[in-house]
Ligand binder design. Sequence first.
Ligand SMILES: [Zn+2]
Length: 253
Amino acid sequence: MFDSHAHYDDKKFDTDRHELLSVLQSNIKIEGIINAATDIKSCEQIIALSEQYSKLYSAIGVHPHETSEVKESYIGKLKAFAKNEKVVAIGEIGLDFHYDFSPRDIQRRLFEDQMILAEELKLPVIIHDREAHGECVAMTEKFPNVIGVFHSFSGSTETAKILLNKGWYISFNGIITFKNATNLRSVVPNIPDDRLLVETDCPYLAPVPHRGERNNSRHMKHTIIELAQLRGQSFEYIEKITTENAKRLFGIE
Ligand SMILES: [Zn+2]
C-alpha cells in the first residue's frame, strides 16, 4: 500500500519519530509515503526525513492555515526545495473556509501563486479543500495544465465527476470508516479504478477501530478494507491500484 498523504514532521511524532519510521521503512506492505508540508519549516523537516528513509517522498507548499504567516520570499524558497530529487508535488495547498485560520483573500492569493509554481515546475499538486469546493474547482479550471489530487475528499459525487473529467485524482482516508460519513461513503464507488488514492493524513483521522488515537501508515489497512467493501473489490486489488495510481501521479518508479 501507498500512503499518499502524511505529516511525519508533526510534533505528535516528536517522542518516537525515528523508531516509528524505521518500523515503517522495514514493513514490506508499505511501498511509499508522501509527507505533505504545511509551511517552510515543515518543508525543511520532511525533506530531511526523505533523505534518511527511502520510502518517504515530499510535497512542498504552504497549507491554507499557514498562509498569513509566511514571508513574501516563500516562492523562492519552494523553488529551491523543488530541486531535491524526492520532492514529487506541490502541497498541501488550497482553501479552508471551515476554520478560516488565515484571511480568505490571503488563502486565495497563495493558493493561486502555488498553482502557478506547480505549472512552471510541471509538478502535480495536493489540494486541501474544506468547505470551499466551488472555489477549488474553479482554480483547477484556471490551470488546465495542472493536475493532482483532492486529498481527504469531502465533496459530492458531482464535484468528483467534474474533477475526474479533467484528469484529477480523489483520495480518501479514515473518515470513510466514521459512523456519520454516509454521504462520503456514497461517493466511493463512483471513482474509477485508475483515479483512486488512499492516505492516512496522520497523525490525524485514524480509522475505526483506532479513531481518536494517533494515526500512522499501518492503520491505513482499515481504510482499504472499507474501500474494498464499498466498491465490491478485494483488499489486494485496492492495495494494488492505489499504489499504481500514486506512483503514476507523482512520477515515482
Ligand atoms: Zn494533511
